[in-house]
Design a protein around this ligand. Structure first.
Ligand SMILES: CC(C)(COP(=O)(O)OP(=O)(O)OC[C@H]1O[C@@H](n2cnc3c(N)ncnc32)[C@H](O)[C@@H]1OP(=O)(O)O)[C@@H](O)C(=O)NCCC(=O)NCCS
Length: 332
């Protein structure tokens, strides 16, 4: 017999209730980079916009950064930790295959046994998490969701590789997403192109790395990534605005993944954003910290007063996979 199964039902709308970032303590400027690779401050700034980046220092690691960002996001949301129903951690630099970092954090942050899982969507990870949280809140799978984007890429960066050493960085950002009277998260525009899996990748799988005593680093074909990001991603960003029914004139802030300032410039040219739109440029001082970059940049533009709560922002993440995801959101 086929029983009638009750469907789940949730809030009509969701929004980002709070945002928080954690900036690791060790500042690594471009001059320090010249100790590792043949490069210059001028070249790095001109090619990427990076002046300095942050790496974990004494007493800091991926779990600690994720916890700190998650705790602050919960405090800022005004929601009790016990009311968080799901914890999603987006990262590619957690060195334990299992259990998930999300499960450990759900416990340590004091949730009441929240559903917890990690996602691997590289620099798009936070936006993937926002899409999942939005769907969970509106479907009834969860009322409040904590999404954390965090990376310790310094641990996966080959300091002798001229193509990557200067770009990658560490950090964590987190958001609480919950029900709302009005809609605060537009339709996600997302996808993947595994045909370009070789554009950004881990240089060896774990068994091979152990066998050959060869640490698995991040590898990158910078030119391929640049081409994809300035072409395909520019179109995806336009499609994200269209899906939300928001015009460039309606936007207050543009918070793209902090991959490279030249990529951000190209996206801006393509989107033809008006002058008044605040553009996140945290890559200058934070470097490219993958899943942490969008939430840290959102936190930064709000903390600096450049953008305000209630304003409208376009967020878009893109990276290894290749994968991407974008949404128009109301700033918390
Ligand atoms: C990584 C990136 C900055 C490299 O710049 P590029 O112009 O493609 O670099 P190339 O490898 O073609 O080299 C160009 C020149 O710079 C030099 N160069 C390369 N790496 C260098 C470095 N680290 N320091 C100084 N010079 C460097 C090369 O020797 C070459 O010199 P030449 O013209 O005299 O032969 C660029 O490809 C890029 O921004 N890609 C996107 C990467 C990205 O955003 N990744 C994150 C995605 S999540």
């Amino acid at each position: 017999m086929s029983a009638v199964i009750r469907p789940s039902s949730g809030a009509e709308f969701a929004r980002i209730l709070s945002i928080a970032g954690y900036t690791p303590s060790r500042m690594v400027d471009n001059h320090e980079m010249t100790n590792y690779i043949e490069t210059s401050d001028e070249w790095i700034q001109q090619r990427t916009g990076i002046i300095e980046r942050r790496w974990v220092g004494e007493g800091e690691d991926l779990e600690q950064m994720s916890f700190a960002a998650g705790k602050l996001a919960i405090e800022r949301s005004g929601i009790a930790a016990a009311d968080i129903d799901a914890v999603i951690v987006a990262t590619v630099s957690y060195f334990h295959q299992t259990p998930s970092l999300a499960a450990i954090l759900a416990h340590k942050l004091g949730t009441n046994g929240a559903a917890a899982f990690d996602i691997s969507a590289a620099c798009a990870g936070f936006c993937y998490g926002v899409a999942q949280a939005d769907a969970l809140v509106r479907s009834g799978g969860a009322r409040y969701v904590l999404v954390i984007g965090s990376e310790e890429l310094s641990r996966m960066t080959n300091l002798n590789d001229r193509g990557t050493a200067f770009i990658f960085a560490d950090g964590a950002g987190a958001a609480v997403i919950g029900p709302s009277e009005t809609n605060g998260i537009g339709p996600v525009v997302w996808g993947s192109d595994g045909g370009q899996a070789g554009a950004i990748y881990q240089t060896a799988d774990w068994p091979t790395a152990v066998e050959n005593a060869d640490w698995p680093y991040l590898g990158m074909n910078g030119r391929d990534v640049f081409k994809w990001a300035t072409g395909f991603i520019a179109e995806a960003a336009k499609a994200t605005l269209e899906a939300a029914g928001v015009s460039p004139e309606d936007l207050d802030a543009f918070i793209p993944h902090q991959a490279n300032n030249r990529i951000t410039d190209a996206l801006l040219r393509s989107l033809k954003l008006p002058e008044h739109v605040v553009v996140a440029r945290t890559i200058k001082t934070l470097g490219n910290n993958s899943a942490a970059s969008v939430p840290m940049a959102m936190d930064a533009v709000l903390a600096s007063g450049e953008a305000r709560s209630g304003q409208t922002a376009l967020i878009i993440g893109f990276g290894a996979g290749l994968v991407y995801a974008g949404q128009v959101v109301t700033l918390p």
